[in-house]
Design a protein around this ligand. Structure first.
Ligand code: PFF
Length: 455
């Protein structure tokens, strides 16, 4: 059978919609606000912004370059540069760029499922007239129910497979063209409402007035992990999306655009949530429950309008999740259909089946399997559930390792003349700064952070 054709984005703008869609996800709207709240507010935001600029943008450019230059999915891309003494290592990195997103998808699909459950629940009024403590116990009930978790996870995987199976133009592009503008409109409405009715001034101070004494190695580590996850780095999505770019589109501009939009949305999510959380005097540092436990209480206290905002909020989360899950499935499906013997739709269904199977174990590690600690005999994995192990390995260890190795690949292995030409900046100051960051600053910075996570 002939390999599937390699498609291209209709324009630079559709690429941006898709790449921003990948970057903007649960990481921005669910995770960013609670990680900020747990890590001292402004100090965290400051370090986060610095990491996005110094490490995030140079790596986005590197991954886009590998994809665009090779016009191939991640594994084939890493193989195609060829001729290097360390080629075996680069092939392994290519594999890792396929497997990390699959690992992330197993738990991401479960959380995406929660958002679907909440969007529906808000819509039909399940969260109306909440008694004290009811919101927390409803969230616990969801986590304790294998049937619900698996049902919603199946739906989120099904939607993702359905979109990716249709291919780049009729699947991914069509989806982001509808969901991204919708996401943006909903976010703006929520931010406006929160800043008019909530405590905007306190939120602003909370996010932008750093208390420097709070900056610790631990905080830097959290910020780096959050930046990698939020920018979809080290996980194939950006690389494979880059491979659908034509040569006339500027990589540096696209990278800056993605980083800017992603960071903007994370900050806006903070401004949609903190002002109302502060105004209602509920705990802002409630961890992962900030969105799923605290917000329903707030929406409930608002009365009728709260229900509308509740539906909007969880729809926003669900849309953001879907534009990310499709980018997580795409690397493996592209590899199997363009380089392997599978038709795209079939590749998508097979990947979905594998994901679903592993996803069931991940979902169950919230309840029936919560006392199973695979690898628990190793100190690094002590107390981690199946979900914990997969999340730690994919979203912490291998994501960072991939970023580290790719910066070495681009900075030291790929010919300078190739990178010079791909960046389209000429041998300018900007190019030199980028090259310096990729050769030294990114590997050393990520290496240091990595050393801290794993050792
Ligand atoms: N960036 C997404 C988020 O912030 O939710 C998550 C993600 C998507 C990570 C795609 C990695 C990836 F390849």
């Amino acid at each position: 059978m002939q390999a599937a054709k390699h498609e291209h984005w209709s324009s630079g703008f559709t690429f941006l919609l898709a790449a921003v869609g990948s970057a903007v996800g649960l990481g921005n709207i669910w995770r960013f606000p609670y990680v900020v709240a747990e890590n001292g507010g402004g100090a965290f935001v400051l370090i986060y912004l610095a990491i996005v600029v110094i490490i995030g943008i140079p790596l986005l450019m590197s991954e886009l370059m590998i994809g665009r230059s090779s016009q191939k999915p991640p594994l084939a891309a890493m193989q195609s540069f060829g001729g290097s003494k360390a080629q075996k290592l680069w092939n392994a990195v290519g594999w890792s760029y396929l497997l990390v997103p699959m690992g992330i998808l197993t738990f991401y699909s479960v959380v995406a499922g929660w958002t679907l459950d909440y969007a529906l629940g808000m819509g039909i009024g399940t969260f109306n007239n909440l008694e004290d403590g009811a919101s927390a116990s409803m969230f616990q009930e969801l986590l304790a129910s294998p049937v619900k978790l698996i049902f919603w996870m199946t739906l989120s995987i099904g939607i993702t497979v359905g979109i990716v199976a249709r291919g780049l133009k009729s699947g991914l592009e069509q989806t982001v063209k509808i969901l991204m503008p919708a996401l943006f409109v909903i976010l703006v409405i929520l931010v406006l409402y929160a800043s008019i009715t909530g405590d905007f001034a306190r939120s602003f101070a909370f996010m932008f007035e750093p208390d420097f004494s709070k900056i610790t190695p631990e905080l830097v580590l959290m910020a780096a992990g959050q930046a990698f996850f939020s920018l979809s780095l080290g996980s194939g999505a950006i690389m494979v999306y880059g491979s659908y770019l034509t040569r006339d589109i500027s990589i540096p501009k696209m990278a800056v655009g993605v980083a800017f939009a992603d960071t903007g949305v994370a900050l806006l999510a903070g401004f949609a949530i903190f002002p109302i959380v502060f105004a209602f005097g509920v705990d802002h540092a409630s961890g992962p429950g900030l969105v799923f436990v605290t917000l329903p209480i707030v929406f409930n206290d608002m009365g009728g309008i709260g229900q509308i905002f509740g539906v909007l909020f969880f729809m926003l989360l669900a849309f953001a999740a879907i534009t990310s899950t499709i980018s997580l499935l795409e690397p493996m499906v592209a590899q199997l259909s363009e380089e392997g013997r599978f038709k795209r739709a079939r590749a998508a269904v097979y990947c979905g089946a594998v994901l679903w199977t592993v996803g069931v174990f991940v979902a169950l590690s919230n309840n029936i399997l919560k006392d199973v600690h695979p690898l628990g005999f190793l100190p690094l994995f002590e107390g981690k559930t199946i979900e914990g192990v997969i999340e730690f390995l994919s979203a912490n260890v291998f994501m960072l390792l991939n970023g580290l190795l790719v910066s070495i690949f681009v900075g030291w292995s790929v010919k300078r003349s190739v990178t010079l030409e791909e960046m389209g900046l000429g041998d300018s100051m900007l190019f030199k700064i980028w090259f310096l960051l990729v050769r030294f600053v990114v590997p050393l910075g990520v290496g240091f952070i990595f050393y801290d996570v794993v050792l």
